[in-house]
Design a protein around this ligand. Structure first.
Ligand SMILES: Nc1ncnc2c1ncn2[C@@H]1O[C@H](COP(=O)(O)OP(=O)(O)OP(=O)(O)O)[C@@H](O)[C@H]1O
Ligand SMILES: O=C(O)c1ccc[n+]([C@@H]2O[C@H](COP(=O)([O-])O)[C@@H](O)[C@H]2O)c1
Length: 215
């Protein structure tokens, strides 16, 4: 049985209950010991962030402080560059070696656009991908190469994660949460209640620091 390291990459601007509930449900569904939340420094497709990194990081800390199985990894933040997932996966592999199983977790919305990511076709040489179900309006048709890739590498037996270090895609069956960071930012701007979407400590932090009020 292999050790498994699992990572949920994101901008977390801000972290919300969709991230947290999905991570907790995944811990159970695929019997993970823990999940590392990996905040990016500069997100490749959202090049400007109107928030200091310290606020995103503090909110993650507040959100996970009472869940010992959720941890934060600062690799991308410390790199100071645009956070290309491929580069991160290469660095993590260099650090952990080839025998440990590595899982990169992404929302279904991201999976269907993965052909826009740097070096996406090489990802499965470095990790497995676990897909969180997420209702999304697709902006573009899913590219044929992505569909082919998904069909080729998708498995439904999670025990594979214990026998292979990388190479497979698994679609999680956990319940979906219709929450997004952009919805929260929008609600704050139009002064609509958003308490139900974030942990209470994050809610108080956003209020105290007047985050996301600028139009
Ligand atoms: N409610 C959710 N359910 C499942 N996956 C989610 C949910 N929210 C975010 N994710 C996934 O978590 C990862 C990190 O998400 P991110 O930090 O970009 O939040 P977001 O809510 O998608 O942000 P934004 O609305 O600003 O685009 C992505 O892979 C995303 O698809
Ligand atoms: O590597 C890329 O080209 C790439 C393009 C878009 C997103 N990502 C990563 O995907 C994760 C979710 O991204 P986002 O933009 O939905 O917060 C986060 O870890 C990003 O750094 C990575």
């Amino acid at each position: 049985m292999k050790k498994i390291i699992s990572i949920l990459g994101g901008t977390f601007n801000p972290i919300h209950n969709g991230h947290l509930l999905s991570a907790k449900r995944l811990l159970k569904e695929i019997h993970l010991q823990n999940i590392f939340l990996l905040p990016n420094n500069i997100p490749p497709h959202k090049l400007t962030l109107d928030i200091q990194n310290k606020h995103r990081l503090i909110m993650i800390k507040l959100a996970i402080c009472s869940f010992s199985k959720l941890k934060m990894n600062l690799l991308e933040i410390k790199n100071k560059n645009i956070s290309y997932t491929f580069e991160t996966l290469v660095k993590i592999r260099q650090k952990i070696g080839t025998s440990i199983s590595l899982i990169f977790i992404i929302g279904e919305d991201n999976l269907y656009e993965i052909n826009r990511w740097e070096n996406w076709k090489k990802f499965l040489n470095f990790c497995h991908i676990v897909v969180i179900p997420r209702k999304t309006k697709l902006v573009r048709k899913i590219h044929d190469s992505v569909l082919y890739w998904i069909n080729t590498y998708t498995i439904d037996d999670i025990s594979i994660f214990h026998y292979y270090s990388s190479g497979f895609i698994f679609f999680s069956n956990i319940k979906q949460e219709n929450i997004s960071s952009s919805k929260i930012r929008r609600y704050i701007k139009i002064k609509k209640e958003y308490k139900q979407f974030v942990p209470i400590k994050v809610y108080h932090y956003i209020k105290k620091n007047n985050l996301y009020l600028e139009l």
